[in-house]
Design a protein around this ligand. Structure first.
Ligand code: 13P
Length: 140
């Protein structure tokens, strides 16, 4: 599976803890992240990550582009709901595209753990079928 990891600044420590706790599961998958999130995770774990630009500089949009091209299967986006972001439209666009393309999306640690455990248990295997299809299942 192809998984995107994104965290706003106040959630980056939490993201590193999540990535550390679930490193054996995450290590089996292809990982993407926005710039600073990816840098932190790679500095503090042995995970290999393809880093996009930093979120405020277009990284959220790059992740959104991966979604729109059927190149992502899951998004873990630990958002800060209490701080205004300069790139709020990009944040909303990423969340919107996840819904447009039915990509499993966690926006907090509780759901993130459920998704990662579900991934391990095979609950997301349906994504492999979609990945194997030449045409998208929905006409978008
Ligand atoms: O801003 C972000 C998500 O909206 C995250 O970007 P960074 O990982 O570069 O901090």
């Amino acid at each position: 599976m192809r998984i995107a990891l994104i965290a706003h600044d106040s959630k980056k420590d939490l993201m590193v803890k999540l990535a550390t706790a679930y490193e054996p599961i995450l290590a089996e998958h292809k990982l993407y992240a926005t710039g600073t999130t990816g840098k932190r995770i790679m500095a503090e774990t042995d995970l290999k990550i393809t880093r996009m630009k930093s979120g405020p500089l277009g990284g959220d949009q790059q992740i959104g582009a991966l979604i729109s091209e059927n190149n992502l299967d899951m998004v873990i986006f630990l958002r800060d709901p209490l701080t205004a972001q300069p790139h709020e439209p990009d944040v909303n666009a990423l969340i919107r595209l996840s819904d447009v393309y039915e990509i499993p999306l966690a926006t907090n640690i509780g759901t993130a753990e459920m998704l990662l455990r579900g991934l391990k248990a095979g609950f997301l295997d349906w994504r492999d079928m979609i990945g194997a299809m030449k045409e998208r299942p929905i006409n978008l």
